[in-house]
Design a protein around this ligand. Structure first.
Ligand SMILES: O=C(O)CCC(=O)C(=O)O
Ligand SMILES: [Mn+2]
Length: 200
């Protein structure tokens, strides 16, 4: 895996992190086409999570594609073979991020009540300084980052618009948590893809 810096992407300049953000990585037209294809072609699943001893539906639909299986939120994801649309997106993010990926997790937030809680993508299988490339299509949602140890730093929130690319690299997962909060606004569906490199 290469470790080149994506020099041409603006950095968020957070301490103990390497986060880069391109709000308009894809044009409106390209983004509309990708959104439609992903809604249609991805094998979306309603998984459940065990919370306080109860099985509850995850507040979003998910899908995992790639070369290897992966355990995420205590849930084993069997690998499904790559779709052409996913390979096309992977190639484009690899070009700008200076990293290669062998897996992608997709999340479909159907409406404002779908969300993802505070977490870090720091599973051992991703290695100590994982590079994660996150693409968003569809409704704009708020994405929050908060430092795990430094209480003097305020959480940072940014809007992830249709066609945006966010890269999290270096020590980001060791020092920061991120989330997608629920919103009471009425919002259309949003798809997020996080490309990852699974080592084991
Ligand atoms: O939907 C997003 O922007 C974040 C997704 C995420 O953090 C994850 O899949 O680990
Ligand atoms: Mn994450």
């Amino acid at each position: 895996m290469e470790t080149m810096k994506p020099v041409h992407l603006p950095s968020l300049q957070l301490p103990d992190a390497a986060v880069y953000f391109a709000p308009h990585f894809f044009s409106q037209q390209q983004s509309d086409a990708y959104l439609a294809r992903l809604l249609q072609e991805v094998n979306w699943q309603q998984e459940s999570i065990k919370l306080f001893g109860r099985q509850l539906p995850m507040p979003r639909l998910t899908a995992w594609y790639g070369d290897k299986g992966y355990t995420y939120s205590g849930l084993y994801n069997r690998p499904q073979s790559w779709l052409p649309v996913l390979l096309e997106l992977k190639e484009q993010v690899e070009k700008v991020s200076g990293h290669t990926y062998n897996s992608v997790l997709l999340n479909l937030y159907r409406h404002g009540q779908d969300s993802m809680g505070w977490h870090a993508d720091n599973e051992a299988a991703l290695g100590p300084e994982p590079a994660i490339a996150s693409l968003s299509f569809g409704a704009e949602r708020r994405f929050g980052l908060k430092h795990r140890f430094r209480k003097d730093l305020k959480p940072v929130h940014l809007a992830l618009p249709h066609g945006s690319l966010l890269l999290m690299q270096g020590p980001t997962q060791q020092h920061w948590l991120h989330h997608i909060p629920k919103t009471s606004r009425s919002v259309q569906p949003r798809i997020n893809l996080t490309f990852r490199h699974v080592q084991k």
